[in-house]
Structure formats: C-alpha cells, structure tokens
Design a protein around this ligand. Structure first.
Ligand SMILES: Nc1ncnc2c1ncn2[C@@H]1O[C@H](COP(=O)(O)OP(=O)(O)OP(=O)(O)O)[C@@H](O)[C@H]1O
Ligand SMILES: [Mg+2]
Length: 262
C-alpha cells in the first residue's frame, strides 16, 4: 500500500440473496483528500460503507486501513482505529441538547473511566470541563454554537446533519465517511457544508462523501467513484465524471437523476 493511501478496498462483495448489493468493488482513498462515492439509488453506496465500517462483513475481498486488514474486525475496533461515519438516517435523541449530542460523541474519546464520570470524581469533573469546551469548539466549526443549549429536535433538518458531522468529529477520526450529508439541506446550508468540508481538508482530514447532490460533489470532491449495481463503472475527477458516457447513462436511464450541478 503506497504511503499516501489510507484505505484500500480490494474486490469486496456482499450479496443479499439474489441482490448483488456490492459486487467485486475495488477503490482506494488517499490521505487528506475529499472523495465522493456516487451512483443511482440502490447502487450499493451505503452497503459499501457498511462493509468498511464493520456493520456487515464482506462475503469476499478485503479492506485495508492504515496497513491493517479490517474486513473481519468488529465494528467497535474499526471505530477505535479511526474510521467514523454519519448515517443516512439521522440519529437524533429527543431529550438531548445540541451540545449533549457532541458530548456523547466525545465520551468514548475521554480517558476517564465510566465510574469516575458517573460519580463526578475530580478526574471526571476536569475531563467534563475539557469535553464541554472541545464540544463547543466543534459546534463553532459546524456553525451551531448559538444553538448549543437548544434541544436537537429544534434544529432544521439540514442543521441536524451538521450536528451529526460535529458529533462524528468529536472522536477525532482519521477517515470520515458522510452518508448523504446534504440530504434535506437548503442551498445556504449546502454552501455552509462545502465551506466546512474545505476547512476540514485544510486541517488534514480525509473524507469520503456519499451524495446525490451534484452541486456538492462536483464542488468539493478531488476524486469520484461511481457505482451502479454494486460495481464501479467509473472513477476520476469531477470533470471526467461529468462527461463520462456510462455515468450519464446510469443516472438518466435508471433513476432519472440528471447530472446537474445547479
Ligand atoms: N439489509 C439488506 N437486506 C437486503 N437487501 C439489502 C439490504 N441492504 C441493502 N439491500 C439492497 O442492496 C442494494 C444496495 O443498497 P444500498 O442501500 O447500499 O444502496 P444505496 O446506493 O445506498 O442507495 P440510496 O442512494 O437509495 O441510499 C439495494 O438493492 C438494496 O435494496
Ligand atoms: Mg444509501
């Protein structure tokens, strides 16, 4: 694995009965780049992410992260070595504030044992202060600091997606996957997301977004991988992908989604 590659996926596959959700897929992710995984509905994007993050185990093939084969690793261990994701279906809790959502994400990053946190032993209290200030910094970054003490349920759909990213960042991932971060976002929120992704890249983060909103993909992705029926049909730069015949056909022919960057 060459030095600039952080994740190398080789010929992975998972079939659900007759459905070839992921069917012999290979691609790699380079450090400090923004990648996009695109394709029509049902083409296997989320399943690919589930295979990499240990939600499912591949029936064949393997994925190597930072030189380690992670294809049979338990999900919690994959998270611990630095792969974090957001979910296509948002995970927002009714009773938690915006800040608390990020604190929960940060909790597994804390060195303090569970009991000292619960019983508020001095080490726990110190850690709690630090966690709150780190979480506030993250909320600042995703543009939600002024909402810190509101219930997360008071946020717009797009703001909830930004909160999910804030929560994912709390565990300081080496590789961040975002599953449709712009779904339900307004134009303004997409602009905000584009700025955030650019900032994260500047800070050294490696990211792969799964996304239908081409305005976002074409604006931020250094490299795009295109799936159709669980297979890679193309990969390249935004310009190469926009003009790729098979990609245009997959979008227009099967899901009526034009490759429009508007
Ligand atoms: N747990 C499952 N059991 C059975 N079939 C599944 C399961 N998960 C996914 N599939 C099927 O696998 C295929 C790929 O699904 P996947 O969710 O990965 O697509 P996707 O590219 O993320 O689509 P979308 O853009 O709609 O999110 C689909 O045909 C889907 O119905
Ligand atoms: Mg999906």
């Amino acid at each position: 694995m060459s030095d600039d590659i952080i994740l190398d996926v080789k010929d992975i596959g998972l079939h659900f009965g007759g459905v070839k959700a992921v069917d012999g897929l290979s691609f790699s992710i380079k450090k400090n780049q923004i990648h996009a995984l695109i394709g029509p509905n049902g083409s296997g994007k989320t399943t690919t992410l589930n295979l990499i993050t240990g939600v499912y185990q591949p029936q064949w093939g393997e994925a190597n992260f930072d030189g380690k084969n992670i294809s049979r690793m338990p999900r919690a261990d994959i998270a611990k070595i630095g792969i974090t994701r957001t979910f296509q279906n948002l995970r927002i809790y009714n009773t938690l504030t915006v800040l608390e959502h990020v604190l929960v994400g940060d909790y597994i990053n804390s060195n303090t044992g569970f009991f000292s946190s619960v019983f508020k032993l001095p080490a726990g209290r110190l850690d709690e202060k630090r966690a709150v200030s780190k979480s506030m910094e993250l909320l600042e970054k995703v543009g939600l600091a002024d909402k810190a003490h509101s219930l997360a349920t008071s946020l717009s759909y797009g703001q909830r997606r930004l909160l999910e990213i804030g929560r994912a960042l709390a565990v300081k991932p080496k590789l961040l996957f975002l599953d449709e971060p712009a779904a339900g976002m307004s134009s303004n929120e997409i602009e905000q997301l584009i700025e955030l992704l650019r900032l994260l890249k500047k800070e050294g983060m490696t990211i792969m977004i799964i996304e239908h909103r081409m305005k976002l993909v074409m604006n931020v992705a250094d490299w795009i991988v295109v799936l159709n029926y669980g297979k890679k049909i193309a990969e390249g730069t935004a310009e190469e992908i926009q003009n790729h015949e098979e990609v245009i056909e997959a979008y227009l022919g099967k899901s009526h989604q034009k490759i429009s960057v508007a």
